[in-house]
Ligand binder design. Structure first.
Ligand code: HEC
Length: 149
């Protein structure tokens, strides 16, 4: 009886840990998707004319990006050792093998955002801002993001 209970609680603990790890992976993915919402769903679409230029939306997207990017280092502190179920992209193990280098990819994104903040006034300046920010996102993805499918 005692043994059965120990086995059962060990199994439960195991399941809890797996769920917690999946939750960490989901949080990391959510942060990236939130950034993608600002940079691709709002900014890039406006540069392409898919949606009309809107100053308020631009300013909000930049502010949201700034807030999200500031959370990357902390959000990726723990290695979930698993990918989000059915995800297209996952984290390379290198993120946690060389976390300092991973973290060093964040300030350049913040600098690119700071340089354009409050200065975007039209589609032309939005396009330039999009490219300068996106290039810095890619600098991290090149090494640390894996395409899973
Ligand atoms: C310091 C490294 C780093 C920076 C900077 C970074 N990312 Fe990521 N990004 C990752 C990693 C690692 C993954 C894969 C894990 C994941 O999806 O959570 C990822 C995944 C993504 C994904 C795929 C999400 C999915 O699963 O569909 C998108 C979209 C994305 N990032 C957008 C951005 C944008 C936009 C920026 C710039 C504003 C950015 N990222 C900056 C590391 C970074």
């Amino acid at each position: 009886m005692k043994r059965t209970m120990i086995v059962a609680s060990t199994l439960l603990l195991g399941a809890g840990a797996v769920m917690a790890q999946q939750e960490i992976a989901v949080q990391q993915d959510k942060l990236m998707r939130s950034q993608a919402k600002s940079l691709y769903t709002v900014i890039q679409k406006m540069t392409k004319g898919d949606i009309p230029y809107n100053q308020k939306q631009v300013d909000e997207a930049i502010a949201n990006l700034e807030a999200d990017v500031a959370k990357i280092a902390k959000t990726f502190e723990v290695n979930p050792k698993q990918d989000v179920v059915d995800a297209t992209y996952g984290s390379s193990p290198k993120v946690w093998q060389q976390k300092a280098d991973f973290d060093s990819k964040i300030p350049p994104v913040q600098k690119a955002i700071a340089e354009v903040k409050g200065k975007i006034k039209d589609v032309a300046s939005l396009k330039a801002a999009y490219t300068s920010i996106n290039d810095r996102c890619s600098d991290c993805h090149e090494t640390y993001r894996l395409k899973l499918k």
